[in-house]
Design a protein around this ligand. Structure first.
Ligand code: HEC
Length: 130
């Protein structure tokens, strides 16, 4: 029995130890699945992955602002990266991955930052209704 419960606990230990890596991993996956289509090649003038000069002023807007605006959609950039099922958390992690490969150094947003991003998105929505 003891042996069995050890194996039962193993995945939990792994999750605890690697949860900080998990969001980086899922950010990379989401980027590849959702964002790379446009941001890989610069389709429609999307700021290209790795183009530090293009990303510099965007990164300077700050994580809350930039993530909120992009998630809501801006000009030729579709809301949620064109994937209606993409959560704010998933979108934010994909953006962290893109930013950190384009000259920035952002972290996967914590609950407080996610709440602030959500507020930014809601403010944009409210602005549209006026
Ligand atoms: C259908 C193509 C397309 C997809 C898919 C896409 N983007 Fe974009 N994105 C664009 C374009 C085009 C722009 C430039 C918008 C402009 O300035 O006109 C842009 C701009 C941005 C910006 C800068 C916004 C600003 O304030 O100027 C961010 C951040 C961004 N995208 C993040 C993402 C993330 C993260 C994903 C994936 C989850 C994603 N995009 C998926 C086309 C796309």
């Amino acid at each position: 029995m003891r042996f069995k419960s050890f194996f039962f606990a193993l995945p939990i230990l792994f999750c605890a130890a690697f949860s900080h890596l998990a969001s980086a991993q899922s950010g990379e996956n989401t980027y590849k699945q959702v964002c790379a289509n446009c941001h890989g090649a610069g389709v429609l003038n999307a700021p290209k992955f790795g183009d530090k000069a293009k990303w510099k002023p965007l990164i300077a807007e700050g994580q809350v602002e930039l993530t909120g605006h992009a998630y809501f959609g801006v000009r030729a950039m579709p809301p949620k990266g064109g994937n209606p099922n993409l959560s704010i958390e998933g979108f934010a992690d994909a953006l962290v991955y893109m930013v950190n490969n384009s000259g920035g150094n952002w972290k996967s947003p914590d609950a407080k930052t996610i709440a602030a991003i959500n507020k930014e998105v809601e403010a944009r929505k409210a602005g549209l209704k006026k």
